[in-house]
Design a protein around this ligand. Structure first.
Ligand SMILES: [Mg+2]
Length: 396
């Protein structure tokens, strides 16, 4: 039996999240992104979009288009929290078969939920308004029989769209759209396809040109299936993705040697990092486990403002937890792990928007924390934090 797939996408998520906690920005052109010279816009509010500001645009250019634009630095821990509440809302009220596609969008298998529903649009309107009430952020919804069509549906109308795509609607709804809006076809392919005379999705659907086939390679048949209403309708439940990755080691002899513990953490962090990289994931939470001779075990964790994957990052975050919580006692076992995992692909765009590489940032932080600890006062600080502390806005 055919499944009913919903794709749901939060509207201008990072910007909307900032407005939520800064009501003074409501109705104003704001953006989240890097504020310095090399900074890039991550998400712009709809008010800013009216000026032509869009994601991936250099911040200085955005400022030129819209001089009153306020650019706020990203706060992933806060967005992650809202995102969890978003998925939780769907899971609790509509369907447990959810596949997050990124921090602000997911596929949901709605076959059961919609089984006896006569007025599908009205039902989805309720979901949309409920979500707005629950977390304060609007969303767009696409619903169809495949993931591709559902995704195209939620993209079709923003903000607060609800678009149902039946197979027979494909030509009227999707064929007139520019080829660049075809989910899966990137910027480079778009340019090449245009040169081959493929300007719209309809051009592609109806073309059997060999050069188009050659350009898209393996994806050609897949995309053809998609646009003709065939393709994947299996929502992969989150449960099949790992929730956490960790590694631990027991010492041959109980030890209270800082050097030994530290170098052990380093090895474990390497294992965790390798496993993360192999799974093409990044993590937002780091935790450590310390067990002493009497088998008293403590675990401590922290959630970061940016996703990490490297050995150095996991190690330095773990060590800063260790230094905070270790009482100097002899340990039998130590462990380090990561959770709040996300596919790297979904985060890579956001990663590239950071002013500085997160890796550098976190190990610099670790070094600074260490130096300050030694000096016993806050001698060193990251310039970005100083700006924050002084109440300056990262928006010039
Ligand atoms: Mg979105």
């Amino acid at each position: 039996m055919a499944r009913i797939i919903m794709h749901i996408d939060l509207n201008a998520f990072f910007a909307a999240a900032e407005v939520l906690r800064h009501p003074e920005y409501k109705g104003k052109p704001i953006a989240v992104g890097g504020g310095n010279r090399r900074g890039v816009i991550s998400t712009a509010s709809y008010e800013a979009r009216k000026y032509g500001v869009h994601s991936a645009m250099p911040s200085y250019m955005a400022k030129r288009l819209c001089p009153s634009l306020v650019i706020l630095p990203p706060d992933f821990a806060y967005y992650k929290d809202l995102s969890n509440r978003f998925f939780q809302y769907i899971r609790k009220n509509y369907s447990t078969i959810i596949e997050p596609l990124s921090i602000d969008e997911c596929f949901v298998d709605m076959t059961d939920a919609l089984k006896d529903v006569k007025d599908v649009k009205g039902y989805l309107k309720k979901l949309q308004n409920g979500l707005l009430k629950e977390i304060g952020i609007g969303c767009s919804i696409g619903i169809s029989t495949t993931k591709f069509l559902a995704k195209m549906g939620s993209d079709y109308k923003k903000p607060m769209g609800i678009v149902i795509i039946r197979k027979k609607d494909i030509p009227t709804l999707l064929y007139p759209l520019p080829i660049s809006s075809f989910y899966g076809i990137g910027k480079k392919s778009t340019e090449k396809l245009k040169r081959m005379g493929i300007y719209t999705i309809g051009d592609f659907a109806e073309s059997d040109s060999l050069s188009v086939k050659k350009e898209l390679g393996k994806s050609y048949a897949l995309f053809k299936d998609w646009i003709h209403g065939k393709g994947n309708d299996t929502v992969i439940c989150e449960e099949s993705n790992p929730k956490s990755i960790s590694s631990s080691s027991t010492f041959l002899f109980d030890t209270s040697s800082y050097e030994e513990i530290s170098s052990s953490f380093r090895e474990l962090a390497k294992e965790v990092s390798e496993s993360l990289i192999k799974k093409e994931m990044v993590a937002l939470t780091v935790q450590i486990t310390l067990r002493d001779m009497e088998f008293h075990t403590i675990t401590r964790s922290k959630t970061l403002a940016f996703p990490i994957e490297s050995t150095l990052d996991i190690y330095s975050q773990g060590m800063s937890l260790f230094e905070k919580h270790w009482k100097g006692n002899a340990l039998r076992l130590i462990g380090i792990g990561v959770s709040s995992l996300h596919s790297k692909e979904n985060y890579s765009v956001q990663l590239s928007l950071f002013d500085s590489l997160p890796e550098l940032d976190s190990s610099t932080r670790y070094l600074i924390e260490k130096l300050n600890k030694k000096a016993n006062k806050e001698l060193f600080m990251i310039a970005k934090d100083l700006v924050k502390k002084k109440g300056g806005k990262n928006g010039t």
